[in-house]
Design a protein around this ligand. Structure first.
Ligand code: XMP
Length: 517
């Protein structure tokens, strides 16, 4: 992860990570202020930090106490680099401790809403009121700030809720400006970034595209790039960016495994081939996948078969592209942060369903490795990708195969595709599509008795699943309005032949998962 920021990004800040669950959130907030930032481990050598020429540094929070053995500490030389530094929670405590102030372990953790009484509005609180709601989550507290610091805000339980050394431009806040529960948090960050660090907010989708195009050209030269596309936003954005940079030196491969949703394959072809005029190899592999899936009901076996087969098909077609030497990949910044090292960028297969074709000796080209998901969407929109694709809800690599409980057959896929399309259409019509992490249909391995007209039926069951989530780790079942559920149910039963029952999944994650398999 020691690689440099995108080459043409001049203005940036660094975030030193002390292990907080909120570090990525700090980075996202900074980027929302149109400022580029990167997260580095807390013990990054000071020479390396200096070499980045960033205009400011943020010390993140963290679960430790500064007095603990082995507590994470940055080099104290960081405070002498000469750029403004903002310590948040543990970062503020560490700043106080390392510069000679006093931090005291509090008897109990303070967790939740507090009212900040601002006593000095010249720095971080410029332009804000005197009483501000903020969100606290800490064990220790700064008791006495180091010499040269003034207290700029306090709360009922924290006498030093914010401190500043104006001469050295060092700032510390006990609360969390990055969370939404601190309503003026973004203003505070903006004051730090714009007023104190002198940043100009040059990080925009357009500036990113400009720098990414330059970098792709430098990396690829007159080489050739192969890129898998699936209809998902990450691979679509990568393909559009690479195409903008090197045009026909890019060939995209779209493997249709036959497990996609209604009209999805046509949409992908239309977008890349007709709209962007990208060289696209379209592989209709439906039969091949269905043959291998015949008779298989175990979820893990299904996933394994699809993953293996996908890589095989992709490889067969990629190896036919003469002189290809790069593989475009949709690695995102959270993957880079989590991988933690320069060389270990998490490798996603184009469909996220398997590994990379190993013996192809392709160098990866990862132009969105600096972006968070929400930034990928903005960049994709700026590049002109259709709204449907930009806002498409997540869809698993193994596709509808893991939404059919039991055997996957062409007939069952068609039933599910039809029902799923109705679910999505109605959710969109109700204006709820973007509020949900996912809303979709599942085909249950259950038949039940019904009555249609005067006829007894014994037909399939469709399960409707709709969830909200922030990060896919946890999720709540969505409280969809009854009239929407009613419309979905009526339409599915009336329009999808072979279905006579619709049920709604009211399980959250954990203990359930979002997908059924
Ligand atoms: P679960 O079912 O684990 O799903 O709660 C969490 C999110 O991950 C997606 N998902 C996948 N995405 N390949 C993918 O690219 C997969 O194999 C896969 N399995 C689950 C799922 O759709 C949800 O958004």
């Amino acid at each position: 992860m020691a690689e440099n920021k995108p080459s043409s990004i001049e203005d940036s800040v660094l975030i030193l990570d002390f292990g907080a669950q909120y570090t990525q959130l700090i980075a996202r907030r900074v980027r929302e202020c149109s400022v580029y930032c990167e997260i580095l481990p807390f013990d990054t050598p000071v020479e390396e930090i200096r070499a980045r020429k960033s205009k400011g540094i943020i010390l993140s929070g963290g679960p430790s106490s500064v007095y603990e053995d082995g507590a994470p500490r940055c080099d104290t030389a960081v405070y002498d680099i000469g750029v403004p530094i903002l310590g948040i929670c543990y970062g503020a405590q560490l700043m106080a401790y390392q510069l000679g102030g006093k931090v005291s372990p509090s008897e109990s953790r303070e967790f939740g809403r507090a009212v900040l009484q601002v006593t000095d509005s010249s720095g971080l609180f410029a332009g804000l009121g005197k009483n501000l709601v903020c969100w606290m989550s800490h064990g220790d507290l700064v008791e006495t700030p180091p010499e040269g610091f003034v207290v700029t805000a306090h709360t009922d339980s924290a006498s030093v809720a914010a401190m500043e050394n104006r001469a050295r431009k060092l700032f510390g806040v006990q609360f969390h400006p990055e969370v939404v529960h601190t309503p003026c948090g973004v203003e505070i960050l903006r004051n730090f970034l714009y007023n104190e660090c002198g940043l100009e907010g040059l990080w925009t989708p357009a500036s990113f595209i400009e720098s990414a195009v330059k970098e792709i050209r430098e990396q690829v030269g007159d080489g050739k790039v192969v890129c898998g596309v699936s209809g998902g936003i990450d691979s679509a954005c990568v393909a559009a960016l690479i195409h903008k940079a090197i045009g026909d030196q890019l060939t995209c491969i779209f493997v249709n495994h036959g497990l996609l949703r209604l009209s999805e394959a046509d949409k992908v072809r239309e977008t890349f081939k007709d709209h962007f005029k990208i060289k696209l190899v379209y592989v209709d592999a439906e039969e091949r996948f269905l043959k291998r899936l015949a008779g298989v009901t175990d979820p893990e076996t299904k996933r394994k078969i699809i993953g293996e087969e996908f890589v095989r098909v992709f490889e067969e077609h990629a190896s036919q592209i003469k002189d290809a030497n790069f593989l475009g990949q949709g690695t995102l910044y959270p993957d880079v942060i989590e991988s933690g090292t320069k060389n270990a960028a998490v490798i996603k297969s184009p469909h996220n369903v398997g590994g990379l074709p190993e013996d192809m000796k392709l160098t990866v080209c990862e132009p969105v490795r600096w972006l968070f998901k929400d930034e990928v969407r903005k960049v994709a929109a700026q590049l002109g990708l259709p709204e449907d694709m930009v806002w498409r809800q997540p869809f698993p690599g193994p596709g509808l195969a893991i939404r059919i409980v039991g055997e996957v057959t062409k007939e069952r896929l068609d039933t599910l595709r039809h029902a799923d399309d109705i679910v999505v259409q109605e959710i969109k019509r109700a204006g709820l599509y973007r509020d949900l992490w996912m809303g979709f249909a599942i085909l249950a391995p259950i038949q039940s008795v019904g009555v249609m007209g005067d006829q007894r039926t014994y037909d399939d069951t469709i399960i409707v699943r709709a969830i909200t989530s922030e990060d896919a780790m946890t999720a709540d079942w969505a409280k969809l309005p009854y009239d929407l559920l009613e419309r979905i149910s009526n339409r599915v039963i009336n329009e999808v032949s072979g279905v006579n029952r619709v049920v709604y999944d009211i399980s959250s994650k954990p203990p359930a998962t979002m997908e059924w398999e």
